[in-house]
Ligand binder design. Structure first.
Ligand SMILES: [Cu+2]
Length: 314
């Protein structure tokens, strides 16, 4: 028993030394909110770790010390109210404190973001992510799932009868966020339940068809800074789908590019409203629109088709 105890504790120490650098805890959270998640995790680990060590040491030591012996007779000790009270009340208080801290953070992350927050709509589908920015008017146009039409540059089902849709920008796979600026994600799904998993930011939220969910956070480091912090030149902020959503689940990866305000402005200025992808003849620049790769098959809907579509919508 004593040998098991010592070998076990040494094993725990060695595993921790070998594997800790590979865990996310080896570098700090990349969002302000993530720091609170980390602190909750550490508090939980310290409380449960301390209890684990004390109880395991006592368990193994007592097994050894009080092993069967001819010279000793067992002491009959069936019940003690004080002991029962202590080991019920102390864990109950500890659990309550942990749950209350967790709930407060949950309501903060899923509640209203600060006024200066930007908003990005993120929609999961089998097996990719689609992002939408509200454009100049700051209003997301109406969507309707029956209008989803990948062949005609309408991967989100934007309702073209609603003119707040005309400036909405739709981008596949990679979204842009700004260092130090809160970003609120409005999370949707086109088909099954997905999950926006943001391990570097220490947050995640399910994407549920028909029920938008939200989450907001403030990125602390740009992608470039994270490459240096993690000493990994290929570092990306990854959105991993954290719900088993079908046979392509493993490949459902999105990217968040965190940049400075200036870099963001440059990027945003290059984006074209999705309306022009769906109706190229309405594009004032007259150039062939740059389309998301997934939709590029259809850049050339002629104007008749475009007019028909508007009628259908109406
Ligand atoms: Cu998924």
């Amino acid at each position: 028993m004593v040998a098991f105890l010592i070998a076990g504790l040494i094993g725990v120490y060695l595993c921790n030394a070998a594997l800790y650098p590979k865990t996310l805890l080896a570098h700090d959270a990349a969002s302000v909110q993530g720091e609170k998640v980390d602190s909750m995790l550490w508090i939980t680990l310290i409380i449960t770790g301390t209890v684990f060590l004390i109880t395991q040491i006592i368990l193994f030591w007592f097994n050894f010390k009080y092993q069967e012996s001819e010279k000793r007779k067992a002491f009959y000790f069936p019940h003690n109210n004080n002991l029962e009270l202590i080991w019920t009340v102390v864990p109950a208080i500890a659990m309550t404190v942990l749950v209350v801290i967790g709930l407060r953070n949950w309501f903060a992350f899923t509640g209203d973001p600060p006024k200066n927050a930007m908003q990005v709509e993120i929609t999961g589908k089998q097996f990719a992510w689609i992002f939408r920015y509200a454009g100049r008017d700051n209003v997301f146009g109406k969507k309707y799932y029956k209008l989803i039409d990948d062949a005609n540059s309408n991967s989100l089902g934007q309702d073209w009868a609603d003119n707040t849709n005309f400036d909405d920008i739709v981008v596949p796979q990679t979204m842009y966020a700004i260092k130090g600026k809160p970003v609120k994600l409005i999370i949707n799904s086109r088909d099954v339940i997905h999950d926006v998993g943001l391990s570097e930011f220490r947050l995640k939220m399910d994407a549920v068809p028909g029920t938008p969910t939200t989450l907001w956070f403030t990125p602390k480091y740009t992608t470039k800074e994270m490459k240096e912090l993690t000493s990994n030149p290929d570092f990306q902020y990854e959105i991993s789908c954290d719900q088993m959503c079908g046979n392509g689940h493993y490949s459902m990866k999105g990217v968040i590019e965190v940049v400075t305000q200036e870099e963001y402005d440059v990027w945003m200025a290059q984006q074209k409203p999705n309306y022009y992808a769906a109706f190229p003849d309405k594009d004032p620049s007259g150039k062939k629109p740059q389309l998301p790769a997934a939709d590029s098959t259809k850049a050339t809907a002629d104007s008749d088709a475009a007019t028909d579509k508007t009628k259908n919508v109406n």
